[in-house]
Design a protein around this ligand. Structure first.
Ligand code: PBG
Length: 325
C-alpha cells in the first residue's frame, strides 16, 4: 500500500470540498425554454413534461415573474401556431406567435434576454423542418424561409436567433439577412451539433411537431458520429455563428468536450425534453432523488465544456442553488 498520496485529504470537510470544486452551476448559465401558443387565457400542461406548460401570450407573466425572481437571465421561445401549412408561414409572419411573445416580453421585461427558436417544424402541416418536395426536404429554399424567420424575429426585438433546423448554409444566410436589414447586433446561437435523437419525443408532443411521415435523418445527425459534429461546428463558426449548441446533452458529453476544444465561442448544452421527462418520471416513482440527479447532470454538462445550459429544470435549479450543499 502506498499512502504517500491521499486524495481524500482534500475531501475532508465541506469547506475544503467547496474550495477545490472545479465546476459550478450558476443561475447566469441558465436558459429556460417556453412554449407559447395562440389564444388567450391558456396555461395548458404538457402531459409528458410535468411542470411544463403551453402559455398564451397573456399568461406569460405567471412564468416570467418566476424566471426573473429566480435570477434566470434568458428564455428561449418555441411557437405553437393556431394553423399550420405546407410552407410554415406562421414562422415568419409579422404577428406570428414568437414575434408576439417577443414584443410582449421586451415591453414588460426589458432586462430579460429573449432567444427565438428558428425552425419550420412547429409551423408546417407535415412537421418537417424545411420545405418538402416529394420525399425530399429541400435545403436552399428552406434556408430562405429560415432567414426570413430570423429577420421577422429580430424585428420583434429578439436578442438572439437560434436556428435548430440543420439545413446546410443557414447560419451564413441568416447572418447576411440580419445584416442587410440592420440587425448586425442580433446574435446567432447555432444548433451546430444536433442529432436525430429519440430524446425529442416529449417536445414534439408539446409542440405538435412530429413529422407526419418519414424522419429527420436526412438533416439531423446520426448519433453514432462524432467527427461529423466537429465539421458542423467548424462550418457554423466559419459562417458567423456567435454561440454553438450541442443537442441533446446527456448522451453526447464527448461531443460537448470536443466542441469545447474546437472553438473559443461559448458552448451551449441543450438538456432536451426526453432527458427532462425521464428524470421526472423516475422521481415521481420515488426511484431517484430528483434534485441530486438534476444537479449532477447539469454540472456534468459544465464539466464537459458547456458554458450555459438550456434546461426545463431551470426554475427548480435556480431555487436549489440558493441552498447549495
Ligand atoms: C425544432 C426543435 C426541436 C427541439 C428544439 N427545436 C425538435 C426537433 O428537432 O424535432 C427539441 C427540444 C427538446 O426536445 O427539448 N426543430
Amino acid at each position: 500500500m502506498n499512502l504517500s498520496i491521499r486524495p481524500r485529504r482534500l475531501r475532508a470537510s465541506k469547506a475544503l470540498r467547496a474550495m477545490v470544486r472545479e465546476n459550478r452551476l450558476d443561475r447566469a448559465d441558465l436558459i429556460y425554454p417556453l412554449f407559447v401558443c395562440s389564444g388567450s387565457g391558456v396555461k395548458d400542461p404538457v402531459e409528458s413534461m410535468p411542470g411544463v406548460f403551453r402559455y398564451s401570450v397573456d399568461q406569460l407573466p405567471s412564468v416570467l415573474d418566476a424566471v426573473v425572481d429566480r435570477g434566470i437571465p434568458a428564455v428561449i421561445l418555441f411557437g405553437i401556431p393556431a394553423c399550420k401549412d405546407a410552407v410554415g408561414s406562421g414562422a415568419y409572419a409579422e404577428d406570428g406567435i414568437v414575434q408576439q411573445a417577443a414584443r410582449f416580453i421586451k415591453a414588460d421585461y426589458p432586462a430579460l434576454l429573449v432567444i427565438g427558436d428558428v425552425c419550420l417544424c412547429e409551423y408546417t402541416d407535415h412537421g418537417h423542418c424545411g420545405l418538402v418536395e416529394g420525399d425530399v426536404i429541400v435545403n436552399d429554399a428552406s434556408v430562405e424561409l429560415l432567414a426570413e424567420t430570423a429577420v421577422s424575429q429580430a424585428r420583434a426585438g429578439i436578442d438572439i436567433v437560434a436556428p435548430s433546423d440543420m439545413m446546410d448554409g443557414r447560419v451564413g444566410r441568416i447572418r447576411q439577412a440580419l445584416d442587410e436589414h440592420g440587425f448586425q447586433h442580433v446574435a446567432i446561437m447555432s444548433y451546430a451539433a444536433k442529432y436525430a435523437s429519440g430524446f425529442y419525443g416529449p417536445f414534439r408532443d408539446a409542440a405538435g411537431s412530429a413529422p407526419s411521415y418519414g424522419d429527420r435523418k436526412t438533416y439531423q445527425m446520426d448519433p453514432a458520429n462524432g467527427n461529423e459534429a466537429l465539421r458542423e461546428v467548424r462550418s457554423d463558426v466559419a459562417e458567423g455563428a456567435d454561440l454553438i449548441v450541442v443537442k441533446p446533452a446527456m448522451a453526447f458529453g464527448d461531443v460537448m468536450w470536443r466542441t469545447r476544444q474546437e472553438t473559443l465561442l461559448p458552448v451551449v448544452a441543450y438538456n432536451v425534453s426526453g432527458e427532462y421527462s425521464m428524470v421526472k418520471a423516475a422521481a415521481a416513482q420515488g426511484w431517484i432523488d430528483e434534485r441530486k440527479i438534476v444537479m449532477e447532470t447539469l454540472v456534468g454538462m459544465k464539466r464537459a465544456g458547456a458554458d450555459m445550459i438550456i434546461t426545463y429544470h431551470a426554475l427548480d435549479v435556480a431555487c436549489w442553488l440558493d441552498d447549495a450543499e
